[in-house]
Ligand binder design. Structure first.
Ligand SMILES: *Cc1c(COP(=O)(O)O)cnc(C)c1O
Length: 486
């Protein structure tokens, strides 16, 4: 299967790309993305077969249905990365927590957020493809706290890759910062930026667009790339865990024949939710994909009114920072899937030029067949954390927003995106606990709620800081080049 560009002019011919090309250079014509035009269909009989498989075997089956141009062996090795998770043969924990209510815990990987689910196999594939082509890449990322550790970790000591990760100094939890500043690997570099996440992201965009920077990298035989969530190589592995959840419902007999269920997804860049949409298109009996946001509720507005509107909006800092977002990049793939590349280009151009676009009534109806949306304030979120904790269900501030959208009359799956340990200060506040520092806080929360803290999180507080740099935005380029040339 080949992938199509999401943006086209009327009567323009699409330049398709193989999976491997789209993975190494994720930007398509007119600044668009790559997306599949048709998804493989899974029959009921096949779902029954899949429901008997382990996560890894199911992942291998689903990936192979796409018939991409990558050796089976590379995909196999990529999927083997799930052996680094808490339970080697079961990267995902799928649990029932109440009547009609399930939770799909996706954070049991090495950096304790669901980013590992896609980035672990993605890192293996990207590195192997680069090696095969005899190319070297500098992968850059800007992070609000979860993407950074997951990107560094997946590429640690992989061939043909160097990684630089920019994080806002003081803008992440201690655990997140320590994950980045203590990450081992000769090919890795974390840099703290004096500023907020926007500053880090802007610095990244400036570098990605800088010809001078690219020329300098070329002298060291390096090409520039980014590991952001618009890469289809990541989306592929985000389909799998939703399909796995469905297969579990089939296996444990929770769904009667032809009964459907809802999936609730705490959303930012919309990669996780898009994975659920593709799983639905492949035949998983998903009724609605429920999109939850925080006070940055641009997606709630879009899915309820059909208008994506950036005018007069500015970013609000919340206790679910991975969802603090205004431009949700993967929505473009939904537009492409529903309305085609010409209409998508029209809408995306309007967003660039007029700062908003509006769907027609019929288009909105089509989107509402698959999606619902709502948002959660920090206050509501804290109340959900506290209420659930009192029942022994510990959810991080992103996952907690899902409780806003539960419909007890049908089967719901909450998509759980991070381990609470990454957000200790917010967890303590929500549950009325106090502690001196973050380490004491971790221990206090764990004790109060009988939680185990994974050893690699506790170790962070005593490991050596390998990346101490915190610098002004203006110094980033020089700092990176200095490191590259060392
Ligand atoms: C990245 C992230 C999200 C948002 O996921 P998207 O795929 O960007 O919508 C939600 N929760 C956590 C904890 C995250 O790290």
């Amino acid at each position: 299967m080949r992938l199509n560009p999401t943006r086209l002019n009327l009567n323009e011919k699409p330049k398709q790309a193989n999976f491997s090309t789209a993975l190494l250079s994720p930007s398509s014509m007119h600044g668009g993305l790559y997306a599949p035009t048709k998804l493989p269909k899974i029959s009921m009989r096949k779902w029954l077969e899949l429901s008997a498989l382990s996560y890894e075997k199911l992942a291998a089956e689903i990936v192979s249905m796409f018939k991409f141009d990558v050796d089976e062996k590379i995909f196999k090795n990529a999927i083997k990365r799930y052996k680094n998770f808490d339970r080697p043969n079961q990267p995902v924990e799928f649990k029932k927590i109440d009547k009609n209510l399930y939770i799909n815990e996706l954070y049991h990987g090495p950096t304790r957020a669901f980013k590992d689910m896609a980035l672990q196999p993605f890192g293996e594939i990207l590195s192997q493809l680069a090696k095969k082509r005899d190319e070297n890449y500098l992968i850059m990322c800007a992070t609000s706290g979860d993407t950074g550790p997951a990107t560094l970790k997946t590429f640690a000591n992989t061939p043909n890759i160097k990684v630089v990760c920019l994080y806002p100094d003081g803008g992440t939890s201690d655990v997140q910062r320590l994950q980045m500043t203590s990450m081992k690997g000769e090919n890795l570099k974390s840099i703290g930026i004096k500023g907020n996440f926007d500053d880090a992201q802007r610095a990244l965009k400036t570098l990605l667009a800088s010809q001078n920077f690219k020329d300098e990298l070329a002298k060291s035989n390096l090409k520039l790339s980014a590991a952001n969530s618009v890469n289809f190589g990541r989306i592929l592995f985000q389909i799998v865990y939703h399909a796995y959840a469905y297969s579990k419902l089939i296996k444990n007999g929770a769904l009667s024949k032809n009964e459907s269920f809802d999936i609730i997804v705490p959303s930012g860049n919309f990669g996780n939710a898009l994975g659920a949409y593709y799983a639905k298109k492949m035949g998983a009996k998903i009724n609605k994909i429920k999109i939850v946001s925080n006070a940055n509720n641009i997606l709630t507005e879009f899915f309820t009114t059909g208008t994506y509107d950036l005018r007069n909006k500015s970013l609000i800092q919340t206790i679910s920072p991975a969802m603090d977002i205004l431009i949700s990049s993967n929505v473009e793939r939904l537009l492409f899937d529903k309305f085609g590349a010409v209409r998508t280009k029209e809408l995306m151009d309007a967003l660039t030029n007029q700062k908003f676009y509006k769907l027609t009534k019929a288009e909105l109806e089509s989107i509402k067949e698959d999606f619902e949306a709502d948002f959660c304030t920090d206050k509501e979120c804290e109340a959900f954390i506290n209420e659930q904790a009192s029942k022994g269900v510990i959810v991080d501030p992103h996952t907690a927003t899902c409780f806003k959208m539960i419909d007890k009359t049908r089967i719901n799956i909450i998509t759980s995106t991070a381990d609470w340990v990454k957000f200790t200060p917010s967890m303590l506040k929500a549950c009325g606990l106090k502690a001196k520092g973050e380490l004491e806080g971790l221990k206090a929360f764990a004790k109060a709620h009988k939680q185990e803290i994974s050893p690699n999180i506790l170790e962070l507080f005593s490991t050596k800081i390998l990346h101490p740099d915190v610098i002004a935005k203006e110094k980033i380029e020089d700092k990176i080049l200095e490191w590259i040339k060392k």
